[in-house]
Write a protein that binds this ligand. Sequence first.
Ligand code: AMP
Ligand code: MG
Length: 350
Amino acid sequence: MKTELIPVNQENIDISVMARAGELIRRGGLVAFPTETVYGLGGNGLNPHSSKAIYAAKGRPSDNPLILHIADRNELYSLVSEISETAEKLMDAFWPGPMTLVFPKSELVPTETTGGLDTVAVRMPRHPIALELIRMAGVPIAAPSANTSGRPSPTRASHVWEDMEGRIEMILDGGEVGIGLESTIIDLTGGIPTILRPGYITQSMIEEVIGHIEVDKASTGENSEHLRPKAPGMKYRHYAPRAEMTLVSGEHTKVCERILALALEQRNRGNKVRIICTEESRSCFSEFDAVSAGFRSHPEMIAHNLFRLLREADLDEVDVLLSETFEETELGNSVMNRLMKAAGYHIIRV
Ligand code: AMP
Ligand code: MG
């Protein structure tokens, strides 16, 4: 299949391009598109064949459900069988935006889209191109991140091209995305609302709106081998670069020392080593190939850069990646969730 790569400008959207992309989706084709979180791989969420095509293009296990994207809250009513007051409050506060809500599904949603579950995850993105594409398609768009299963999520169209060229009909290139981490997922089908995947919208932001919520232990990776994640996708290896990746956490001076020692050891073994550091620690690593994820005090910057840095390590054929860790509060917690998965939970505490 030939993949078309089409530039789109969110400030001046070419409606004829969007109409063609929407038509492709409605007819069962796949179109990758920018959202405010990461690039999505979109198909008709009501067509089981489209969902199967998404799983095939990504090489994703078919028990890992897809998120449905809508452009208007009215579209929700046909997709779900129940909308609680809590859900209404969350939607009022955070939609459109990087928050996915899990509801009991209606008959209309095929089980191929939900990985066999009787629940469905729904999000209303904020990105103008995503919204226009959904409107033009005239159907909810099922869209996981537009990466090959297991690889870091794409934050630029070139990342999507690396993974999806020849596998999907079209990529809409809307430039670099803003947030860089996937949406926060909240399960509303049990008793207390539960965060299944941390994201840009943090626990405390949510608790300000609806009071106490829980965090699925399996989503944090703690003892995750003993727990059955409620978001089935969380059990798979994720975001992994090809390099062997190790995180070092602890007091800053000790972290620098340990990373330097490991880098030297690996370099002496003939490995190509790269260090992911912060602006604050950059000078410590001047003798090595060190890339900064941003300022430690600005987790938004680190979230924005993380997946790109992991992909660049692959492009540059790095063998060993050593990374600092980041403070696990608020957004930093979501960054660490992705980083821990990328490193296969390989962390040294000093
Ligand atoms: P991605 O599409 O790559 O952002 O991944 C979607 C995530 O949403 C995966 O971790 C899925 O397991 C999770 N998800 C999608 N639908 C559901 C659902 N009905 N219940 C729980 N988690 C879901
Ligand atoms: Mg993904």
